[in-house]
Ligand binder design. Structure first.
Ligand SMILES: [Zn+2]
Length: 431
C-alpha cells in the first residue's frame, strides 16, 4: 500500500466513531476524509487507488488522552503510532520537551513515523505539591539528581493564590501551546504520602480561567478526597480513578450533574498498587506487541500505592468505573504512559486500557472504541479528529476481522492492526 494523495478503502466495515456501516467505503484526498458511504465505491478513476478490505474494520485513529513525553522521549510519538494511536495528549511536561515533540509531530515529512501531539503545557502546581515529591524520589537514583531536579522545578511557576490562575492559564495557552489545562489534587492518602494541596479557591480560579480561555480543565487525584475536591472546583474531567474506596452515590451524582468525564487509567491504577501484574505480561507477549514495541522491556509497576494495599486497590477503580459507565458518565481512554520502563507503555497501553474497559468494566465494544476516539475528541474539543466523517483528518486504523468480536474475546490482547494512516499517510511500520 504505497502513499497516494487520493485513495478509497472499499468493501470494508466502518466504525465512524458513532455507528457501524456494515459494508462501505471511505475516500481520502490530501490527508482529509472526503466521503464516507454505504455499499461499494461507484466512481473509480485512474487517479484513485482502491484498497478493498472485505471482512476487516476501519476505525478512527486511537487517541491516548493521558501521556507524559518525559525528556522529550520520541517513543511517546513513534511507538504510539505503531499501535494505532494517532494522537497523544501530554498531561504535564517540561515546555522544552513539549517543543521538541510538537516539532516532530507537526513536521509534514514525519507523519508516517509519529503520532500527533497535544499538550497541557505545565500543570497547575503549588509549592512542594504533586508531582514534585515523586519527581524528587525518582531523581534520587540519578547521579547529581537532586540538583538536576531542583533546576527543572525552579523554572516552573508555582501557584500561590487565586489571582495567579489567570496568568498561569494564559501562559500555558499562548506560550506553551496548551489544548487543555491540567490540575493536580493529590492528597497522598491513597499512596502513603503527605503533601500540601491547592486551596479550593485556587482550584476554582484555575477552572474559571481555563473556561475563560475556551479550554477544559482536567485534574489528577488518586484518592476519593482529591477527586471530590476536583469535582468541587468545577473541573471538566478526572485524569485517574481513585484507589482508596468504592464509589459513593455522592460521587456518581456529582459526576453526572456537573457533566464531567473520567479517564480512569485502569492499567496505571493496577501499576500503582502492583496488582494484576500477570495481566501486563500477557500484553508484552502478544506477537503484535513483540513486533511493534521499540522497547520490549516490560514497565515495572509504579507501586506508589503498594504500601497502602489492600485499602488502596485497583478493584475500587474497576468498581467505580463500572458505576460511572452504568450511570452514563463519559469514559475516556488514557494510559499515563511516561516511558522510562515504569508503568504503562506508550501505544500498547491503549490496548491494555481498552481490554480492561471491555473485560473488567463490561463496556460494549462500540463504547470502548468511542472512549478511545469520539468521546475524547468531543470532550477536549478536537473537532478535526476522532471520527471518520468528511472534513476530518484521515487518521485511521484498519483492524483485521470484526473489531467487535475481537474486543469481546478475552484471549485477544492487542487489536490485530493491519494498517495505520495518519492524515492519509501510511504509517511506515505498516508499509
Ligand atoms: Zn499523569
Amino acid at each position: 500500500m504505497d502513499n497516494h494523495k487520493s485513495f478509497v478503502i472499499d468493501h470494508v466495515r466502518i466504525f465512524t466513531g458513532d455507528k457501524f456501516i456494515e459494508s462501505g467505503f471511505l475516500r481520502v484526498n490530501s490527508g482529509r476524509i472526503t466521503e464516507v458511504g454505504h455499499g461499494p465505491y461507484r466512481e473509480p478513476g485512474p487517479d484513485v487507488r482502491i484498497i478493498s478490505r472485505p471482512g476487516d474494520t476501519l476505525i478512527p485513529g486511537l487517541i491516548d488522552a493521558h501521556i507524559h513525553g518525559l525528556g522529550g522521549n520520541v517513543h511517546s510519538l513513534e511507538q504510539s503510532l505503531r499501535f494505532g494511536v494517532t494522537t497523544v495528549c501530554d498531561m504535564h511536561n517540561d515546555p522544552s520537551d513539549n517543543v521538541k515533540l510538537r516539532n516532530l509531530a507537526t513536521d509534514p515529512s514525519q507523519k508516517s513515523m509519529y503520532a500527533d501531539f497535544k499538550c497541557a503545557g505545565l500543570g497547575a502546581i503549588i509549592d512542594s505539591g504533586w508531582p514534585i515529591p515523586v519527581m524528587k524520589k525518582e531523581f534520587e537514583h540519578i547521579p547529581n539528581g537532586h540538583a538536576i531536579c531542583n533546576n527543572i522545578i525552579s523554572r516552573w511557576p508555582k501557584l500561590k493564590q487565586p489571582a495567579d490562575a489567570e496568568p498561569f492559564v494564559q501562559q500555558q495557552k499562548e506560550k506553551n501551546n496548551a489544548s487543555y489545562i491540567k490540575m493536580f489534587h493529590e492528597v497522598g492518602d491513597s499512596i502513603g504520602m503527605d503533601m500540601p494541596n491547592p486551596s479550593p479557591d485556587l482550584q476554582r480560579a484555575v477552572v474559571q480561567a481555563a473556561h475563560k480561555h475556551g479550554l477544559i480543565a482536567v485534574g489528577h487525584a488518586f484518592s476519593y478526597a482529591g477527586a471530590m475536591a476536583l469535582i468541587g472546583s468545577g473541573a471538566d474531567g478526572l485524569t485517574h480513578m481513585f484507589l482508596d474506596q468504592p464509589p459513593s452515590d455522592e460521587f456518581l451524582r456529582a459526576m453526572l450533574s456537573q457533566n464531567m468525564h473520567c479517564s480512569p487509567t485502569l492499567a496505571l491504577c493496577a501499576s500503582q498498587t502492583g496488582e494484576d501484574q500477570d495481566f501486563f505480561a500477557r500484553f508484552y507477549d502478544d506477537p503484535f506487541a513483540q513486533e511493534m514495541l521499540l522497547n520490549r522491556t516490560p514497565g515495572r509497576p509504579v507501586g506508589f500505592a503498594a504500601s497502602e494495599t489492600p485499602r488502596s486497590s485497583v478493584n475500587h477503580a474497576y468498581e467505580s468505573t463500572k458505576a460511572l459507565y452504568k450511570a452514563g458518565v463519559p469514559v475516556v481512554v488514557g494510559t499515563d504512559a511516561a516511558g522510562r520502563e515504569i508503568g504503562t507503555p506508550y501505544g500498547l497501553g491503549v490496548h491494555m486500557e481498552m481490554y480492561l474497559l471491555s473485560h473488567k468494566i463490561g463496556m460494549a465494544p462500540a463504547d470502548v472504541l468511542k472512549a478511545a476516539t469520539t468521546v475524547t475528541a468531543d470532550r477536549f474539543g478536537f473537532d478535526d479528529i476522532g471520527r471518520l466523517e468528511p472534513g476530518r483528518k484521515a487518521d485511521m486504523v484498519l483492524i483485521r476481522g470484526d473489531v467487535e468480536k475481537t474486543l469481546q474475546d478475552p484471549g485477544t490482547h492487542c487489536l490485530p492492526i493491519a494498517t495505520v494512516w495518519r492524515e492519509g499517510v501510511l504509517a511506515c511500520s505498516f508499509a
